[in-house]
Structure formats: structure tokens, C-alpha cells
Design a protein around this ligand. Structure first.
Ligand code: AHN
Ligand code: ZN
Length: 332
């Protein structure tokens, strides 16, 4: 069974070490006090931002599509009123190749000490190595869900942030080189979990602003597929259980309980790992988990040529985007 490839074993998690769980304890407040105007998330707009990324083609590091899409993302954030940072680094891939990485950060209210970070990876996987058809294994994927969906939701949130400012500062972080982890066709014996999430590892050691901190982070990964279900992911529950509870409770209140399922999922090796363990910012992962899928717990299209616009559904983008908007506009 392929599930092994995407879920960290419990033994590995235990060796990661424990840290204090994040999220400040707040006094109980009445409903009236917490009632703030939350903007309406526009799923058509988010869908368009997902499509515009895939229109560049696979955004694999080193490609022209990657270059151009990076410019597009930085330009969108700038147009939506963010202070934009381009963090460039030469990072070493699993096979020893040096690749040019670019983390793209859009800061809102950069002067505020009260901050929340929202993140997603913007690169797409260079190999369809989970495709049942072996002849496809060396073909790059479109990554409409795996990559572009999280970024699309965050671009729509950026557009909303320009129109109505929330009480706190927000950082939108697009991590590069999440998805260059050792392919299944490469024969490696050692633990290779560190070959994933290279951009977020770099950012977590060297944030775009010295001494950067945030109350918490929310990572969006694979948040656009039709019929997605988001289970409470293991690393998120370990480091930021209060944030998981707050987000799932908000989703339920908004009527999205079919997407945000009140069940525990597996432990996923994703960009929130370095954010929790290196940057020490409590960060959760909203990530599709389909325990009934045969090929992968991330869905049968995961790391295959089927991860294209055909599987993207505005309703899923809406559930995630509206929930995250509610959470951040309710921060004080
Ligand atoms: C692994 O399969 C090792 N990690 C899943 C994280 C991921 C891959 N997110 C997107 N692509
Ligand atoms: Zn992936």
C-alpha cells in the first residue's frame, strides 16, 4: 500500500521531540463581542487564480514556467497591496543538483506585532511518480490541486485583505520546492524525509524578517479537489491543537462540516513541519485526506497526470477560503 509514502511513521514523529503547543489562551468573550464583518470569499476568483498558475504549465524549479509564475505571484501580491519579499536561495535537491528556489512573501500591516501566517507551496512536482502508468513517472505534473489550489485560495484572501483590513497583520507565504522530494523510482535506503519542503526549511532557518514571529500559521495544501475531506492532521494536532479546533469549529459553524471532518488523519510530512520544528511557530495543515482512495491518501490523482483543472471544484475552494477568512478576521 502506497499510504506509507505520504505519512510519517509514529516512531519518526516521536523522535521529532515535543514543544509547547501554540495559541494563546483567551478569556471567554460573548457572541456580540466577537461579531465582526467577515468579507465574502469569491470562489470564482480563487478558481481563476488556480487556473492562471496551471496555464504557465508545470512550475518545476529551473523551468521557464516556474520563473514566469513566480513573477506572476509576486505581481499579484503587490497589486493586492502587500509588501512583497522575494527570498531567493540555491537549494540542493535529493540527487545533489543545485536548484534556484524562490519563496514569495506578501506582508499586510508589516508593523504589527500581532500576526498570523498563511502559507502554501507554489512549485509543482517534477515527476508523476505515483501514476499507475510507469511511462509517465518522469513527466512533470500540472499540480492544479497539489500546489496551485492553496496558492489560489491565498491570492483571493490577499485580494480581500486589500479591500478590508483585519485587526491583525497577515503574512502570506508561498514556499518553493516543497515537492522535489525523492521520487519513488529513485532507489534510496536512508530516511529521505528532509528532501521534501526545502523552501520552508530554508525560510524557517532564515525568515524574510529577522526575528519574525506569528501567533500561528495555517498551511493550505491540496485544498481544491472535488469532494475533498480535511481530517485533523497529526503534526498539526501535536503542535497546534487549539488552532485545529478553532478552524474546524469555525468551518462547522459556517456549514462546511462535510469538508472539515471531525476525525484524526495521519501524520503528513509537509511545510508546516519546519515551521513548527525549526521556526517554532505553531502551524496547522489543511490537507485533503481520503482514506478510501486506493493509490494515495491524498486522492487517486495525487502525483499523477490527473492532477489538473478537471478535478478542481469551486465549492471546495469556497469551504476552505471562507473558513480561513472567518478565522483571521476574528483575531484581535
Ligand atoms: C510526502 O509524501 C512525503 N509528503 C506529502 C506532502 C506533499 C507532497 N504535499 C504535496 N505534495
Ligand atoms: Zn506533491
Amino acid at each position: 500500500m502506497k499510504l506509507r509514502n505520504c505519512v510519517i511513521t509514529l516512531a519518526a514523529v516521536l523522535t521529532l521531540g515535543l514543544s509547547a503547543c501554540g495559541g494563546s489562551k483567551k478569556a471567554q468573550t460573548s457572541e456580540a463581542e466577537t461579531a465582526v464583518q467577515v468579507p465574502a470569499f469569491n470562489a470564482d476568483s480563487a478558481y481563476l487564480y488556480v487556473k492562471q498558475q496551471t496555464d504557465f504549465g508545470p512550475r518545476t524549479p529551473g523551468s521557464r514556467a516556474h520563473d514566469l509564475c513566480g513573477d506572476y505571484l509576486a505581481a499579484r501580491l503587490e497589486a493586492f497591496g502587500a509588501k512583497v519579499y522575494n527570498q531567493r536561495a540555491d537549494l540542493t535537491a535529493y540527487d545533489g543538483r543545485t536548484l534556484k528556489a524562490r519563496n514569495i512573501i506578501g506582508a499586510y500591516k508589516p508593523e504589527s506585532k500581532r500576526r498570523v501566517m498563511l502559507c502554501a507551496h507554489w512549485d509543482s512536482r517534477p515527476w508523476a511518480d505515483n501514476d499507475p502508468d510507469k511511462s509517465k513517472h518522469h513527466t512533470p505534473i500540472m499540480g492544479a490541486n497539489d500546489g496551485a489550489s492553496g496558492v489560489g485560495v491565498l491570492l483571493e484572501i490577499a485580494r480581500q485583505l486589500q479591500q478590508q483590513t483585519p485587526a491583525i497583520g497577515i503574512d502570506i507565504i508561498f514556499f518553493d520546492m516543497e515537492d522535489c522530494g525523492t521520487p519513488q523510482f529513485a532507489e534510496t535506503l536512508a530516511d529521505d524525509s528532509h528532501t521534501w519542503c526545502l523552501g520552508s526549511q530554508y525560510w524557517s532557518r532564515t525568515p524574510h524578517v529577522e526575528g519574525y514571529n506569528a501567533r500561528y500559521g495555517i498551511l493550505l495544501d491540496m485544498v481544491g479537489a472535488r469532494g475533498s475531506t480535511f481530517l485533523k492532521e497529526g503534526v498539526s494536532m501535536q503542535y497546534a491543537p487549539q488552532i485545529v479546533k478553532k478552524v474546524w469549529k469555525t468551518a462547522r459553524k459556517l456549514g462546511f462540516e462535510a469538508y472539515f471532518v471531525d476525525e484524526n488523519g495521519g501524520y503528513v510530512n509537509d511545510d508546516h513541519g519546519p515551521v513548527n520544528e525549526i521556526a517554532r511557530i505553531p502551524c496547522i495543515d489543511i490537507i485533503n485526506c481520503d482514506l478510501n482512495a486506493e493509490l494515495s491518501s491524498f486522492g487517486n490523482f495525487w502525483h499523477t497526470e490527473d492532477d489538473n483543472m478537471d478535478i478542481i471544484d469551486r465549492a471546495t475552494l469556497q469551504a476552505v477560503g471562507q473558513t480561513v477568512l472567518h478565522v483571521i478576521y476574528n483575531e484581535k
